[in-house]
Design a protein around this ligand. Structure first.
Ligand code: PLP
Length: 229
């Protein structure tokens, strides 16, 4: 199927159940993104700051950009003017820098806290206890130009559906607890970003409100070894 057809079929599948699609366009050319755009897609995700900024500059300005990859504090300034959602916040230091750059740009920047749920060494993210520690800290309460919209998690890359389901279920349960304890009065804490091409159906069953799909939209990526942000 073409990219346009993929978008249309995913819209069909996801809109009726109110799950948002982030089309993850990393490594894909401008022409591919425009094909998805012309088919009606407006939310795109990238995992590298430099690639994101280059694409932002070349593409229509009504696109909502999500950063889904690890973010270094010294790169926040490049995306702060335009980013819609930073899905990969994994420290208070990073959050403080995002807040600082948001102030400079006279805006509030929406963020998700990335929670570590996978049984793998390589995934970034906060532990459950670290999320709570962050939300309780005095430093956090001082940040007025960031808004925590919810949580993001990446499941283990495994064939075991049961393990993936357990990990997503655990994050969904944690999300509910965090909402009750820290965001009860804030309707804006409402996003749970879980699920990639291989596991998004399981993610939706276990409560995802956002799925991040790359290869399902654009086809397989040619493996390139970008240096990590
Ligand atoms: C690349 C990436 C995706 C999309 O991966 P696919 O398997 O191609 O759907 C989703 N989330 C993150 C954080 C990614 O880096």
């Amino acid at each position: 199927m073409s990219i346009a057809e993929n978008i249309k079929s995913l819209k069909n599948e996801l809109e009726s159940i109110q799950v948002k699609l982030v089309a993850v366009s990393k490594t894909k050319p401008i022409a591919d993104i425009l094909e998805a755009y012309d088919a009606g897609q407006r939310v795109f995700g990238e995992n590298q700051v430099q690639e994101l900024v280059e694409k932002y500059e070349q593409l229509p300005k009504d696109i909502e950009w999500h950063l889904v990859g690890h973010l270094q504090t010294n790169k926040v300034k490049y995306i702060a003017p335009f980013i819609t959602l930073i899905e990969s916040v994994d420290s208070i230091k990073l959050l403080q820098e995002i807040n600082k750059q948001a102030v400079k740009n006279k805006r509030v920047i929406d963020c998700l806290l990335q929670v570590y749920i996978a049984d793998e060494e390589t995934k970034f993210g906060l532990g459950f206890d670290e999320v709570i520690e962050l939300l309780r800290s005095a430093e956090f309460t001082e940040l007025k130009n960031i808004r925590i919209r919810g949580l993001m998690g990446i499941a283990t890359n495994t064939e075991s559906e049961k393990q993936i389901k357990d990990e997503f279920y655990e994050l969904d349960t944690f999300f509910d607890g965090i909402k009750q304890s820290y965001f009860r009065k804030e309707d804006s804490f409402d996003e749970l970003s879980m699920g990639m091409s291989s596991d998004y159906k399981i993610a939706i069953e276990t409560g995802a409100t956002i799925v991040r799909l790359g290869s399902t939209v654009f086809g397989q990526r040619v493996i390139k070894h970008f240096k990590n942000n």
